[in-house]
Design a protein around this ligand. Sequence first.
Ligand code: MEV
Length: 337
Amino acid sequence: MNGLDAAFGYAPGKIILMGEHAVVYGQPAIAATLDRGVRVAVSKRTDDGLSGPTFRGTGLGLETGARPDPDGEGPEALRNALAELIAMFGDEVRGLAFVAEGAIPAGSGLGSSAALSVALVRGVFRFLSKSVTDEEVMGYSHRLERVFHGNPSGVDHSVIAHGGLVWFKKGEPDNVVERIQPGRRIRMAVGLSGKHAGTVHAVGALRDRMRRHPKAYQHLFDGIGGLAQEVRAALEEGHLAKVGELMDLNQGYLNALGVSTPTIEKLCHAARDAGALGAKLTGAGGGGAVIALCDDDPRPVLKAFERAGAHAFAAEIGSDPHEVDDVDPVTVRSAAG
Ligand code: MEV
């Protein structure tokens, strides 16, 4: 097939700092990559007699050891995603084994499916010894994300493929993705409020509410878009206290949109009481992660999350996936070369 025994594709998880849901309706959003993610090892299948690739995953919320052969049994979305990989890259993919390891919990709004999509695409390109641009990765992973998420705005896989801290606006025909250079290091405490009911569900339920009250919801989306503009300027100035206040305001809007929960509200209050500059849900809501912006040491906020019953971790946002790739061994050459 080629000279590689195995290749790895890595992609980080993400947070949305401002603008989830409103971004689906054309407002700008600000998103960033996390310093943890999903790694996929791609190798040639050693067994035979199957008509599709094999997949094993840990830490992704997908059944470990499931065999999502496109013609066989397995978690449906994953099976469909692998079928889409075959459609994109050809029959060569049928002969591959994928082993994925994730450090971002599924259903937490931290981009596990988009990270898996991007890592799969990068892994396949590496295995096939083909070079690929970020733009191409975005295009291919968008097709996989559509399998996982129906009709996503594109913000998740765009920030994950691009890396860093980005300004995103859904476009017709092209999305706008611009790198933001923050004036300061950005540290977060992330608290997990529990698994959410799914992005497709949250976006669909909000669309139904919007149909009943279009003007009122449009007003909320416009308000969120205005906050994103202000946050971009505050980030570039390194004015984190202002970013935090605007995050709190965004959380108020998200509550008005109906995507917050009592647990999310409790965690936001606990984080603010423990000194966070601001706190909000991230991603689809209805559960999932709360992000709290920390001026410096995130430990007091992490403790507050844990006292409130949530698993928590510290994160530095905006790490560049290319830097991560550079320090890790990404390919293993076969002895035959
Ligand atoms: C999910 O991470 C972000 C949403 O805005 C959905 C989307 O943009 O496709 C809720």
